[in-house]
Design a binder for this molecule. Structure first.
Ligand code: NAD
Length: 357
């Protein structure tokens, strides 16, 4: 792996599954970053991960990692309920932040974090890594530059009932610790909340990335045979219409993708289960040349690409397509609006919502 001369020194908070499957490798493989430190309150996990990834420092306490002046940025890879408080502490310690999606669990705490970011002058990116899927990134640029006004956006995220059969084969066997720190209670017990925060956060971000601001939603939820299907009619701020489909889980392969119809072209995309590290297949048609355009996207380590983008922004002031705190707030509002629309059986505007899903 070719490394640049100046590497962003990153500390990863959390040695749980997502750090093991994505962030440790992402930092080590990134051309412009270094896995400088790792942190977990579970000693056994910290020791095991230190032995494998050989960071310069291993911390059992987050504040100790934050007080290390060599740490320039932190990745917050812990339970959703902890994101806002720990990201706030990192910003107060003058660190740049990549916080896992979703930004938080309520509109208010996300909004407070957005304000803290603004005051801090630090960079905060949200880990919506699909923005760094080369196919999705290509589609987004194509929509912006080629197809003119957007008429309609459809996006779907349908988890597969066979997900774990596939991910068990694709991912390394995770190292688990009995002393891992997690919120009390079972965050997966409330399926409506868990599926929306975990999967809905990806769907809503992709829809916004491709289609722009969401103004209001009208959602319906059907539950049958242990499956949950949200169909969401969307009104975008630019006047286009949208349809989102969040289904957990379909009795077939993982099924994620999008269609965007524009004035001078259209885009169709098929996204793979992320652990294949395979670029989305996108077909981007332009009426200008009467051709379909599609990238290969051979480097599709989305998590590495999002770390590289963070480092480029921090070290060289480059602009990034990463989700910002404002995007995180908007995604939170969209998820809450979808949940409220289901409960209240009406159209809900994003600017009227508060609380959590
Ligand atoms: N972007 C993606 O594709 C993707 C995929 C999976 C999970 N995630 C997100 O990643 C996050 C973490 O997921 P996970 O399954 O790895 O979590 P996890 O809860 O299993 O692991 C988190 C680890 O962090 C440690 N920890 C928590 N708080 C700490 C603290 N204050 N100080 C020190 N250590 C602390 C815990 O001991 C634990 O080992 C979640 O927000 C989840 O939504 C994102």
């Amino acid at each position: 792996m070719k490394k640049e001369e100046r590497l962003l020194r990153i500390g990863v908070l959390g040695c749980g599954p997502i750090a093991q499957f994505a962030h440790f490798d992402a930092c080590r493989k990134a051309r412009n970053a270094e896995l400088y430190a790792i942190c977990d309150s579970a000693d056994d996990l910290l020791a095991r991960m230190s032995a494998v990834h050989e960071p310069s420092k291993a911390y059992g306490d987050f504040d100790q990692m934050l007080s290390d002046p060599k740490v320039e940025a932190v990745i917050i890879a812990v339970a959703d309920q902890y994101h806002v408080s720990l990201a706030t502490r990192a910003l107060e310690a003058r660190k740049h932040v990549l916080v896992e999606k979703p930004l938080g669990v309520t509109v208010e705490e996300c909004e407070a974090l957005r304000k803290t970011v603004e005051r801090s002058g630090r960079v905060l990116h949200v880990g919506n890594m699909k923005r760094f899927d080369p196919g999705i990134a290509f589609a987004q640029r194509f929509i912006k530059q080629e197809i003119g006004e957007v008429l309609a956006v459809k996006a779907w995220y349908c988890d597969s009932t066979y997900r774990y059969t596939m991910t068990d084969n694709l991912q390394p066997i995770p190292v688990i610790s009995k002393s891992a720190r997690r919120p009390t209670g079972d965050p997966k017990a409330d399926k409506h909340q868990y599926f929306m925060l975990t999967h809905g956060s990806h769907l809503v971000d992709t829809a916004r990335f491709l289609g722009g601001e969401i103004e209001s939603v009208r959602a319906r939820l059907v539950e049958k045979f242990g499956a949950y299907c949200w169909f969401v009619e969307v009104r975008f701020a630019n006047g286009s219409v949208g349809h989102l489909d969040l289904t957990i889980a379909v009795r077939m392969d993982f099924h994620e993708g999008f269609q965007v119809y524009g004035e001078r072209g259209s885009v169709i995309g098929k996204t793979y289960l992320p652990w294949f590290f395979k670029s989305s297949d996108v077909e981007c048609f332009s009426t200008k040349d009467g051709q379909y355009h599609r990238p290969l996207g051979e480097d599709a380590h989305f998590y590495k690409l999002q770390v590289e983008s963070l480092a480029d922004t921090v070290l060289h002031g480059k602009s990034s397509e990463a989700a910002t705190a404002a995007d995180g707030v908007a995604a939170m509002c969209a998820m809450v609006a979808i949940a409220q629309s289901v409960k209240q059986d009406r159209t809900v505007s994003l600017n009227e919502v508060s609380g959590g899903v």
